[in-house]
Write a protein that binds this ligand. Structure first.
Ligand SMILES: [Zn+2]
Length: 710
């Protein structure tokens, strides 16, 4: 859980692929259906082209005068583009998409991910069946032996929690808070497990991003603050408590013991969540960047021996420690009392079981799988083979990444996208120059941030050290899935400890090339486009210029815009947290932000209002991106229509009700339909090419349209 939140803090992502990657996974499509996906994709494209023609037509002059949408649209549909552009453009596509029982969500990111994943599955199949022995340490050896560890259920049953057992015992047998914290510190220092206290991460220092710093992480809040405290989430909370209970029984507790422990864990969880930052606060460095010395830390955690803990964690001797959630740390400290010892031990026991369930024996893995399915409204599991192949890919992301690049990367597409990035950066410069609320000095700083922005496309020049460090011990040499998982966790810790005290290498990649996504990283002032995003429908060399601008162009402009969203704007061109705006400008920025919060809070899905605060950064990025794209296109109505249509099409999605609830509670992006309609309704160019009347659903009065970058 913490690692995922960490990713959120470091990188603003385009969709929920990173923010909630596991949960949004839709790769349920095996090799056998791959061709049919491509067919469906092609037919969906044709549908859209037809739809677009009906909404816009070839003749752009007619566009403005003849209400083409009503005239040419399908007669059996009642959706008008003037009322609901998203629904109008996507209705044919979405009518063909039926969520499988194994899916919580469908969108193009998931669809492409399924294709990538099925290609990786072919590689696994080939290696598993070829009867060859590969050189130790080669990607082939690692993948082949890892897959055997994953699929050998006899070995997994025999292993049980074996390699974890001594560590679990050290928690279970702790007879004082001191022994308990010591056990946690050993677990965190060696493997990176963190539950209540002692978790840390080594990341770029926000105040000086050329250096690394130690960030003291917060307690694991399990299902998360939003569900624990939400108004509409009680049924999910009940479900999660049942899961805790079942896991503890599987661990060996009696029904009574498990029930009692579950109650105690819930009590701690509610107390911790009440003192935990909201997701949107986690993006605010003014809230999360709190510098502590070792002495300050001791004062904060007065109930434990801090020097001893830091030594066990192997992070003693630092001149600064960054505490991300001070109020939560105070709360945790207050709970570290002997009277809570049993509840704390149960809490940490459950976190370890939860963190490793997927890799343990069948019963734990099933409980974890069932929980996830229930939370997202999935009614059928993937089945063993699919689950095993996904797990194998998760364990060796960079080995699969190397193979992906060898087989799929096109230098020609890279060049075309680079050109478009140049054009978008230039357009942002023009947009910044025309802002009358910004002083010339501030504009110069903003432009410098654009000029120095690093661009990463495709894959890294050098593969991360962690790839070589990760070695797989086969079953024949005593390895198991769980023992190899622990090795991968040790590798992550060693890799980050190696970095502490060195200068940051900004050419490193944190994201694999097979990732279907794009990111902006404020600490490196860089945009990242992994190889796998450079494909249709996001980028297609056969598409028109307008369509590609609405596709990959919108994605690029969205990421660039994160450099100036409510969080990104607080970092300078070096990636340092350094407020470079005047007081008046910040006040103006805040005023515009508040209008954006109010504007989005009026939209709803399933009767639940969008959380305008949670989604502010992403909404600013979407609004800015649309300004940029439409400014580049100018008055070309046909290109504008193509761009609007492509952007809308790329954000088509279907969700189960439970998954939509999950998104509304936790995703920093607005739901896809809102992302499209809210942005277009605030876009002046949209009104220029379509005939939208005051009485139409898409209409927003000019003075009520929002955005920072207009
Ligand atoms: Zn974003």
């Amino acid at each position: 859980m913490k690692k995922r939140i960490l990713a959120l803090l470091m990188v603003s992502v385009l969709t929920l692929q990173l923010a909630g990657c596991d949960t949004a996974n839709t790769d349920t499509v095996g090799k056998e259906t791959q061709d049919s996906i491509k067919d469906m994709f092609n037919s969906a494209r044709n549908d859209r082209e037809n739809t677009e023609e009906s909404s816009a037509g070839e003749d752009t002059e007619a566009l403005e005068t003849e209400e083409p949408g009503t005239e040419d649209a399908d007669t059996d549909t009642e959706v008008r583009y003037q009322d609901d552009y998203y629904e109008f453009v996507n209705q044919n596509l979405l009518s063909k998409i039926e969520l499988a029982a194994t899916d919580a969500h469908w969108d193009w990111f998931g669809e492409l991910n399924a294709v990538v994943s099925s290609e990786m599955e072919d590689i696994i199949d080939e290696l598993a069946g070829d009867g060859n022995t590969y050189e130790k340490g080669s990607s082939e050896q690692k993948i082949k032996d890892m897959y055997e560890c994953v699929t050998n259920m006899e070995n997994r049953e025999k292993t049980g929690l074996g390699p974890l057992k001594p560590h679990m015992d050290s928690i279970r047998n702790a007879s004082s808070i001191d022994e308990y914290v010591d056990a946690l510190a050993h677990l965190s220092g060696e493997f990176g497990f963190s539950s209540i206290v002692g978790g840390y991460n080594i990341m770029q220092d926000k105040a000086d991003s050329s250096e690394y710093a130690v960030y003291m992480m917060y307690a694991d809040t399990l299902i998360g603050k939003e569900y624990v405290e939400g108004e509409n989430t009680q049924e999910y909370m009940d479900l999660y408590l049942d899961y805790i209970n079942d896991m503890l029984m599987e661990f060996g507790m009696t029904a009574d013991e498990a029930a009692q422990s579950t109650d105690a864990i819930e009590g701690l969880l509610r107390e911790i969540c009440a003192s935990t930052l909201t997701t949107e606060q986690l993006y605010d460095p003014a809230v999360t960047y709190n510098v502590y010395t070792a002495q300050d830390l001791q004062a904060l955690y007065s109930n434990i021996d801090v020097p001893k803990m830091l030594k066990t964690l192997r992070i003693d001797g630092q001149d600064r420690y960054i505490v991300m959630d001070v109020e939560q740390a105070k709360k945790v400290n207050s709970l570290l009392e002997e009277e809570n010892l049993q509840a704390l031990k149960d809490y940490s026991t459950f976190v370890m079981l939860n963190d490793t369930a997927k890799y343990a024996n069948a019963n734990y893995a099933k409980l974890s799988d069932d929980m996830r399915n229930a939370l997202y409204g999935i009614t059928e599991s993937w089945g063993d083979e699919k689950t095993w192949k996904n797990l194998t890919q998760d364990m060796l992301p960079w080995d699969f990444g190397m193979i992906y690049v060898e087989e799929h990367f096109s230098a020609r597409d890279k060049e075309a996208v680079e050109e478009m990035i140049g054009q978008i950066l230039e357009e942002y410069e023009t947009i910044i120059k025309r802002q009358d609320w910004m002083s010339d000095a501030t504009k110069q700083k903003a432009i410098r941030k654009l000029d120095t922005m690093q661009v990463k496309i495709g894959y890294p020049d050098e593969w991360p050290a962690a790839r070589d460090m990760m070695q797989v011990t086969p079953v024949s040499e005593g390895g198991s899935l769980l023992s190899n998982l622990l090795v991968s966790m040790q590798v992550a810790i060693e890799d980050s400890l190696n970095k502490l005290g060195t200068k940051v290498d900004r050419s490193e990649w944190d994201v694999t090339p097979q990732t279907i996504n794009a990111m902006y990283d404020p600490l490196n002032n860089e945009i990242i486009f992994p190889a796998a995003i450079l494909q249709a429908p996001f980028y297609d060399r056969d598409n028109s210029y307008g369509a590609n601008l609405g596709g990959i162009g919108f994605v690029i402009a969205h990421e660039v815009s994160h450099a100036f969203d409510s969080s990104g704007a607080l970092y300078d061109e070096y990636g340092n947290y350094n407020v470079w705006w005047t007081e008046e400008e910040l006040a103006e920025y805040k005023k515009m932000s508040e209008s954006i919060v109010d504007y989005y809070s009026e939209y709803e899905m399933m009767g639940v209002k969008v959380n305008g605060d949670l989604t502010l950064m992403e909404n600013i990025a979407d609004l800015g991106a649309m300004t940029c794209i439409t400014s580049i296109i100018g008055d070309d109505a046909k290109a504008l229509d193509e761009a609007f249509g492509q952007m809308t099409y790329n954000w088509a999605s279907e969700d189960t009700a439970s998954f939509m609830m999950y998104l509304l509670n936790t995703d920093t992006h607005s739901p896809n339909k809102v992302r499209v309609n809210a942005v277009l309704s605030s876009c002046d160019a949209f009104y220029k090419i379509y005939d939208i009347k005051e009485t139409d659903g898409m209409y927003v009065a000019p003075e009520d349209r929002v955005g920072i970058w207009k």
